[in-house]
Structure formats: structure tokens, C-alpha cells
Design a protein around this ligand. Structure first.
Ligand code: SF4
Length: 333
């Protein structure tokens, strides 16, 4: 236990000495921290930065986000993926505006749309100094290695036990710094394949470093097999504009987004040159799309519209369509 109690101090001291300068680390404003944590849920920090800056330039306050139209929020989110995050963000902004203030307890933050235990702990600790430790895949890896524990992290009982261990490490006087340090350690030092033990601030307390098993941990037994899905996307151009189809309102979490049509959407289209392939992964679904040019002489249905490239930034535009047009070098997206 003596070693354990030193982990929190070592981590926060290491974090204070120097860490990546990320824009959301320069603030304790709960709104800004909340936006960053939602964006970071499934996306790497470096990829989030431009979206975060653009989003906050347009919506600098929770009130401005609450007053925005959903399609405008989705347009700013275009390319980040997992669009239910953007919808929930706007929904929660409306709830916060109506309540009159940002919630200041873990439970209040956890009750916001799109916020789970991890995000609530991150916001509560960083913005309000509340003693809640964050636990995600990176943190589970660090715990398994520090404790040299080969239990299956896919099991709920292991995750709960590991959560209690991290809560025991927490620096209660600096919970925000502790959590950010732990996240930073998982993201930059205790890497999945090549843990950088030589520069690790908790190396002296890490049992798997002693046992030599670090790279084999954590153990995760239950894996979902990836599902492979393939299809075609058509690029139909007329007078410099590209034909796009809007997903139906009830279709999915991508409702309202504009996408390239498939042959099923345009049965009368004549397929032309093969322009390349794109791959896109959403959780365990792996999509492979073949991109083709096509000609279409008829009148498209109500769900379709012709868009010029300069209009694309102002509409919610699917990541798949963006990638396909870039791959096809139709326009410089
Ligand atoms: Fe991870 Fe190595 Fe640090 Fe242990 S010593 S926590 S395995 S980087």
C-alpha cells in the first residue's frame, strides 16, 4: 500500500513538470471541458484540436449552443464521426440553459445526455475538483500493469475492482490533475504495444515491469469479431455540382446527413470509371466502399440535391462521402 499511495503523487508531479499543451488544458470552464471530453470520447487528441477550436469559436457559451439549429451543430461536427455525440451535446446544452447553470455534482453531470461515468468523472474532477477517478481502456491497462494483474478486463467484476484501485490512487487534493496525468500516461507512455517503462514516472511502483509481463497485459478474453460490409458509392456530377442524398429523418443516428448515393438509391444510374476504394470503421463494423463515377439522366427524388463544393462546409456531410470525394480527387475537400 505504501507504493500505491505514492502513485498519485508521482503522477501529478510528472504531469506538472510538462505535458502536452492541449487547448482544453488551459481552462477550468466546465462548458469547454465538457465539449472537449465529448469530442475526445472516440477521437484522438490531435484530431480533436481543430474541431474543438472551430466549435468554440462558433458556440462560445452553453447558451449559444442551446440556441443553435441541429444541422448547424452537425455541420461543425462533420468529419469527427459518432454524430449522436453532437446531438446529445446540443440536447444537454438546452437542458443546462433551462436549469440556469451547469451541474456542479458528479450525479448532475452524469445525468446530462451523452455523459457516462468516465466523462462525468473527468468533468467533475477537472472543472470542480471533485474526487472521482476516471476509468477507461487506457486506465485499465495501466492498472493491470502496475498491479501485474492478468484478470480479464472484459469482465465487469475486474473493471469494478480496478476502478476501486484507481480510486485508491487518486490524489484527493488535485483530482483533476491526477486524472489528466493518468490519461496522459496511458496515451503517451504506457502504450498498448510498447510501454516506455524507462521514462515512466511510476516505474518504481510497477509490478509488471519487475515481472517482465508488461507488454502482455491487460488480458481481454471476450472480443467481438469484426463485421465486414462492402458496397458502392456513386459520384454523379452535373455542371460542377455533385448529387447527394439526405439520410431519412428516422433512418439512424446519421439522420439528416448528406451522403453519396449507392446503386440501390439510383437504380437508373449508369456506373462508370472505378475511382478507388475507401475503408471506414465504426466500432466493430468494417466498411469497404468502392467509389465509381456514374451518369444519371433522370430526375432524382425528393431526398436528393445537387451541391457545389463551396456549399459542402455548411451542410452535415458524412465522413464516408468526404473520404470518397477526397479519394476520387473530385474536389479538394
Ligand atoms: Fe506502464 Fe511500464 Fe509504466 Fe508499468 S512501468 S506503468 S508497464 S509504462
Amino acid at each position: 500500500m505504501a507504493a500505491r499511495s505514492g502513485i498519485g503523487k508521482s503522477l501529478t508531479a510528472w504531469f506538472a513538470r510538462g505535458h502536452r499543451d492541449l487547448p482544453w488544458r488551459r481552462t477550468t470552464d466546465p462548458y469547454r471541458i465538457w465539449v472537449s471530453e465529448i469530442m475526445l470520447q472516440q477521437t484522438r487528441a490531435q484530431a480533436v484540436i481543430p474541431y474543438y477550436e472551430r466549435f468554440l469559436a462558433r458556440f462560445p457559451t452553453v447558451e449559444s449552443l442551446a440556441a443553435a439549429r441541429e444541422d448547424e451543430v452537425l455541420a461543425l461536427w462533420s468529419g469527427l464521426g459518432y454524430y449522436s455525440r453532437a446531438r446529445n451535446l446540443r440536447k444537454a446544452a438546452i437542458a443546462i440553459r433551462d436549469a440556469g447553470e451547469f451541474p456542479t455534482t458528479f450525479e448532475g453531470i452524469r445525468a446530462l445526455a451523452g455523459v457516462g461515468d468516465y466523462t462525468a468523472a473527468a468533468i467533475a474532477s477537472i472543472a470542480f475538483g471533485l474526487p472521482h477517478a476516471v476509468v477507461d481502456g487506457n486506465v485499465l491497462r495501466v492498472v493491470a500493469r502496475v498491479e501485474d494483474d492478468a484478470s480479464d478486463v472484459g469482465a465487469g467484476s475486474t473493471r469494478e475492482r480496478f476502478r476501486e484501485i484507481v480510486q485508491g490512487w487518486l490524489e484527493v487534493r488535485h483530482p483533476g490533475a491526477f486524472n489528466q496525468a493518468l490519461m496522459e500516461l496511458g496515451a503517451t507512455v504506457c502504450l498498448p504495444r510498447n510501454p516506455m517503462c524507462l521514462v515512466c514516472p511510476v516505474a518504481a511502483m510497477c509490478k509488471s515491469r519487475e515481472s517482465g509481463r508488461a507488454a502482455e497485459l491487460p488480458v481481454k478474453l471476450r472480443r467481438q469479431e469484426p463485421v465486414h460490409i462492402s458496397g458502392e458509392l456513386l459520384i454523379v456530377e452535373r455542371s460542377g455540382r455533385v448529387l447527394l442524398r439526405q439520410r431519412e429523418a428516422s433512418a439512424s443516428r446519421m439522420a439528416g446527413f448528406w451522403d453519396l448515393p449507392t446503386p440501390g438509391d439510383l437504380p437508373d444510374a449508369k456506373p462508370g470509371a472505378h475511382l478507388g476504394e475507401i475503408r471506414h470503421t465504426i466500432t466493430h463494423h468494417r466498411y469497404t466502399w468502392t467509389v465509381r463515377r456514374a451518369t444519371f439522366g433522370g430526375r432524382p427524388g425528393k431526398a436528393f440535391r445537387w451541391f457545389a463544393p463551396e456549399e459542402w462546409d455548411a451542410i452535415p456531410f458524412s465522413t464516408t462521402a468526404r473520404k470518397a470525394l477526397r479519394r476520387a480527387q473530385v474536389h479538394n475537400l
